[in-house]
Design a protein around this ligand. Structure first.
Ligand SMILES: *Cc1c(COP(=O)(O)O)cnc(C)c1O
Length: 463
């Protein structure tokens, strides 16, 4: 399938893309635990509940669309990652997946560290009380102001991404009378996506300093000379929505190769290795992600083996899961506004949100699941496309889904696994008001990010 949208292209004539499951699920009322957060269940009255709250009440109280986040699930995933990696490794939650002050507090309480990649994310982290030494600042073009604020606040690590930035961070640190901990982000020539990784030609990207051609080794050389920097180690991030560890294996091999070269050349063993994030989650029942402990065991074994072969002590490992922590914890709750049956094709089911609250379908051709959650139905399965309300024919939330044939205006639909990269990538297209994030737990619900209002929009428009 192509990765870009073709508003007038053949996709609109397709009924189902090749290779996609064609058989409808046997029971449309069933909620597959692989794609729904831990506390989701269907009550005796047929209404779905999460954190002990039923979705009809949530819709009444908070409106739709809304992101409903299962706090217990979020915390359980934090603990699973923390416990899997143990005390001699660090788990950095990638804040870009979804960040709010409540999330920062949960991370702090669950002993995770935090990656930020902008001044705004840094401000959110510091405001909510994340200790600066547990924050890492990322980005391929951090501004002088962002670097200054980070160094001044005392962030534990800045992941430097270019030769210019090595000098920039060093100067800022020296000016502030500090020595800043840094990792050098390298590109190892591996790019992983989903079930495959490609081990050639992927130095052609904006992030990182290539290992190839000795560039990363040169970056280490320069960083070691600068008084303002404390070079802690090497960072590598190879992709997203990854389901197996073979890409990490190649990456670790190459990063450890650099560590060995650094030791041989400078007599220094760098103490840290950060293998990045990108671990996959189940968006549909076709996806089969690994559990954190399987990933931890595999990564530790890979790094230990490579270091053994290189005669190096095993460095402290860090990982940076974003999606794998927050993605499965939330669903988007929508109300159906219209349905349109196109005989021989499918039924278009329009909901009250769309590409402004979930751009991933349009942007990445992402697959999602969907369920009718305000009631059960015994109607026949109906091939559906769940679309939004925006002025754009590519405004698709779920490209191909089976819904009961009696789905009608007023029904509530939920799209699971929208915790990552949905609210954080939400837009105001068509002057849409970005939906709230409602955290549910133990029969209670509270807004952690409120719904935007028209006043919010007009406040920015200075006339
Ligand atoms: C985006 C990103 C992550 C998190 O990716 P996920 O797919 O959400 O796990 C981690 N590290 C870096 C450097 C990133 O850019």
């Amino acid at each position: 399938m192509s990765r870009s949208a073709h508003p007038a292209g053949p996709r609109y004539a397709d009924v189902l893309p090749e290779g996609h499951y064609v058989a409808p699920p046997t029971d449309l009322n069933e909620l597959d635990p692989r794609v729904w957060s831990r506390t989701v269940a269907r009550g005796d009255d047929g209404v779905v509940t999460v954190g002990g709250m039923d979705v009809k009440r949530l819709a009444e109280e908070f409106g739709t669309p809304a992101y409903i986040l299962d706090e217990d699930d979020f915390r359980a995933r934090c603990r699973a990652w923390r416990d899997a990696f143990g005390p001699d490794a660090d788990v950095f939650y990638a804040g870009k997946a979804f960040l709010s002050r409540a999330v920062v507090r949960w991370l702090h309480e669950e002993n995770l560290n935090l990656d930020v990649c902008s001044g705004g994310e840094l401000a959110t982290a510091l405001d909510a009380g994340m200790p600066a030494e547990r924050i890492a600042l990322h980005g391929n073009n951090k501004s002088t102001d962002e670097i200054t604020r980070a160094v001044d606040a005392g962030v534990g690590r800045i992941v430097v991404d270019s030769f210019q930035e090595i000098v920039r961070v060093a100067h800022i640190a020296e000016r502030l009378g500090k020595r800043q901990g840094v990792l050098i982000r390298v590109t190892v020539g591996v790019e992983a996506h989903t079930h495959e990784f490609i081990a050639t030609a992927h130095e052609d990207q904006k992030f990182g300093i290539p290992l190839a051609g000795g560039q990363a080794a040169e970056a280490v050389r320069r960083a070691l000379k600068l008084d303002g920097l404390e070079l802690l180690g090497i960072h590598s991030h190879i992709g997203s929505q990854i389901f197996d560890t073979s890409g990490f294996e190649v990456a670790a091999h190459r990063v450890v190769g650099l560590l060995r070269q650094v030791r041989d050349e400078h007599g220094v063993e760098l103490p840290e290795i950060d293998l990045g994030g990108g671990l996959g989650i189940a968006y549909t029942a076709d996806d089969d992600p690994r559990e954190p402990h399987e990933i931890a065991v595999a990564l530790r074994e890979i790094v230990t083996r490579e270091c053994g072969a290189a005669g190096l002590a095993v460095p402290r490992i860090s990982v940076e899961p974003g999606r794998a922590i927050v993605g499965p914890t939330a669903f988007t709750l929508y109300e159906v506004g219209t349905t349109k049956e196109l005989p021989g094709l499918r039924t278009y089911v329009s909901v009250d949100g769309g590409m402004s609250d979930n751009i991933r379908t349009a942007l990445y051709d992402a697959d999602y699941s969907v369920a009718l959650v305000s009631r059960v139905s015994t109607a026949e399965p109906m091939l559906s496309r769940v679309v939004g309300k925006h002025c754009e024919s590519g405004d698709i939330v779920v490209r191909d889904a089976f819904l009961p044939a009696d789905v009608a205006p007023g029904d509530l639909l939920a799209v699971p696994a929208t915790g990552a990269y949905c609210r954080s990538m939400a837009s105001n297209y068509n002057h849409a008001l970005r939906p709230p994030v409602v955290a549910v737990r133990d029969g209670g619900a509270r807004v952690i990010v409120r719904r935007e209002t028209e006043e919010d929009l007009l406040r920015l428009d200075v006339g």
